[in-house]
Design a protein around this ligand. Structure first.
Ligand SMILES: Nc1ncnc2c1ncn2[C@@H]1O[C@H](COP(=O)(O)OP(=O)(O)O)[C@@H](O)[C@H]1O
Ligand SMILES: [Mg+2]
Length: 338
């Protein structure tokens, strides 16, 4: 099933993801702007605080009851604070602790100093967003926390998908290494067909006992459609798109990863290597078809005749043929995992 290993993944990324695009995707606010411009739904921004003067002038008390604050160039959840209610003198964190306005200002100062950001650096900006709440279809599966969805795309072709479901043990975090469940999603039906906790296959969520196999994801078509647009919007040929389904706003792309991890293969019980090879072969075929169509059109023109074949139509046909084949490969129930 051609598992994609670290070396081949890195070679693929070196070939398909330009350095500038990789840098760009590490900036959450700028990434959101690019995605939004391409019609991809992203969480709204309540504030972007770029320096101490802005922080001093910012009216923190005007923030809503529930929000998330994070470093613009953060990673792995570092420096993310989530609050879900107001208490005297501040807010209540999801963890139950109190966040005073003074502590919030101090946190922003740490973010601005770059202490919580990727690549060290000595400055960053603080990004504040409304708190995303899990859609009920997801919320019913997990004890608490925000499940997410990871879709790996090669260009605009979705290759593999999983959802990460927080557990009691993961402390609500949707992180496989922290003990969240990884569940593979069938592209055509948007249902879970396999679930993994660590190295073990599971059939129910360990904290809630909710049956996972066959469980349907809400807004699946919209989820896939949003993921497919990210590559083009960000200039990344290979991208891991992280999405969440907000209870009120629906599908939102939370972040995009230029170096997506390889565990998704373990979750799916399938390899990315063969899918990548197939899609790249189909893309080469499409390019050849386009060249042929162009040559035919040129020939008929030089012969003083109307083109027998419209090159654009030929391209469209080729694209459709390829889409059918990719669909056949990846969108069938249980796809290649069986
Ligand atoms: N607006 C938000 N509402 C609720 N939870 C959020 C929000 N933004 C981030 N989170 C939580 O914090 C985690 C880390 O945030 P993310 O934007 O993915 O940054 P990082 O680069 O640190 O992974 C997310 O996986 C999610 O669980
Ligand atoms: Mg993240």
């Amino acid at each position: 099933m051609a598992i994609l290993g670290m070396n081949r993944r890195n070679a693929l990324i070196a070939r398909l993801n330009p350095r500038e695009a990789i840098k760009g995707v590490n900036q959450k606010f700028e990434t959101k702007q690019r995605l939004a411009a391409a019609g991809v739904p992203v969480p709204p921004t309540l504030a972007l605080i770029g320096d101490e003067a802005k922080s001093a002038a910012f009216d923190y008390a005007s923030l809503p009851d529930a929000f998330a604050i994070k470093p613009n160039r953060g990673r792995r959840g570092e420096g993310v604070i989530l609050v879900d209610g107001r208490v005297k003198g501040g807010w209540r964190k999801l963890s139950g602790e109190v966040l005073t306005e003074k502590a919030l200002r101090a946190h922003v100062t740490r973010i601005l100093a770059g202490e919580l950001s990727l690549e060290g650096g000595n400055s960053d900006a603080a990004l504040i967003e409304p708190l995303i709440r899990a859609h009920p279809d997801f919320a019913r599966m997990v004890p608490f926390g925000l499940p997410d969805i990871r879709i790996i795309c090669l260009g605009d072709v979705p290759l593999m998908a999983m959802t990460r479901l927080p557990t009691q043990e993961s402390g609500g975090r949707a992180n496989l290494h922290q003990g969240a469940v990884g569940a593979a999603i069938d592209f055509r039906s948007g249902t879970i067909f396999r679930a993994v906790l660590g190295q073990d296959e599971v059939f129910e969520h360990p904290s809630t006992n909710v049956a996972l196999i066959g469980a349907g994801l809400p807004f699946w078509r919209e989820t896939v459609a949003a993921a497919r647009r990210c590559s083009g919007a960000l200039g990344l040929g290979y991208v891991g798109v992280d999405l969440v389904i907000d209870a009120t706003r629906g599908v939102q792309v939370l972040e995009c990863n230029a170096y997506p991890g390889l565990e998704i293969q373990n979750v799916n019980g399938a390899g990315l290597g063969s899918r990548i090879a197939l899609v790249e072969r189909l893309q080469r075929e499409r390019a050849r078809a386009a060249r042929r169509a162009g040559t035919e059109a040129a020939h008929s023109r030089t012969a003083g005749m109307r083109p027998v074949k419209d090159p654009r139509a030929a391209l469209r046909d080729a694209g459709r043929r390829i889409a059918d084949r990719v669909t056949g490969a990846f969108l069938l129930p249980v796809s290649l995992a069986a």
